[in-house]
Design a protein around this ligand. Sequence first.
Ligand SMILES: [Zn+2]
Length: 305
Amino acid sequence: MYSVPRGILAVAVVLISNFSGTEAFPQAINFIRHAADPLPLAKSDLGRAYCTDRSASEVHALRAPTTAGGEADSPCDTPPVSVPRVNPCNPTSLAPIGCAVTRDVVQESLTAMGKPGQKITRARERVLEILQSGNACSAWFREKDPNSASTFRTLNYAVDHQGEVVVHVLRDTGPQYTYRDPYVAKVGQDTGAFATITLNGGGAFFHVQATTLVGFKEGGLSTLGGPRLINVGPYAGDTVAAQTLVLLHEFGHVLNLLPVDFDNENGKSMQNTAEVLRFCRAEVESKVRRSTFSATLRGQGTSLD
Ligand SMILES: [Zn+2]
């Protein structure tokens, strides 16, 4: 448990790197910061275990029509361990309301998003594959939520079209530079099932590079610089590996499996990314062609391994 307020925290993936010398050899380090969650969802145990002993109509009313649904592995078929005494899918009771639905409404929403939705879909399916099979990554998530795949399936997605799109390059008085990438994603901490992951439309989930904005730490005018590659952990932006890592990291916050890393205080976000990779790296990379990896792997291994 954490002492932070629930429902008001969000998580974002950004990148900062420092280096001395020329820009040709950056030593990039990634971190994830929090920002005010524009779509706070009140924490509720209902979210995690939406097949509870409350009436299905009440549960689904709370969660809005877009969150109904379930597929072959609907949690309604296997009630969460925390609420074992009622199976709302009992055909004599609530099945017509909440459990006979075979539509994947989240998928339908993603399809309606167009190209961004296709990218989210690709990563979402990859994460579902990982969580539904036996591996170190799925075992890690199941420690917190035995039905983690089903919980993940309920998550919604939004694209922040107003998010930051530039890499801030801050020059110190000396030869030091600091890079801060646009955030990649954010979600409320410990929000459980039906939470919404917000992805920055200008971040590394969707893009492999971003424009730089160069300024001085002490203030003054900033000037536009050239484009710069942006990454998620060790992976190039806009790759399946990067997108999969983003969703796994955010899901770690949804389940409160990862601690809050608001604004990357004390490098918490990097630690969290490293923690995800420690359990999930093999699965993230298992079906990803090596050619999708970023050349910017150089210099980042130290902070992530
Ligand atoms: Zn985080």
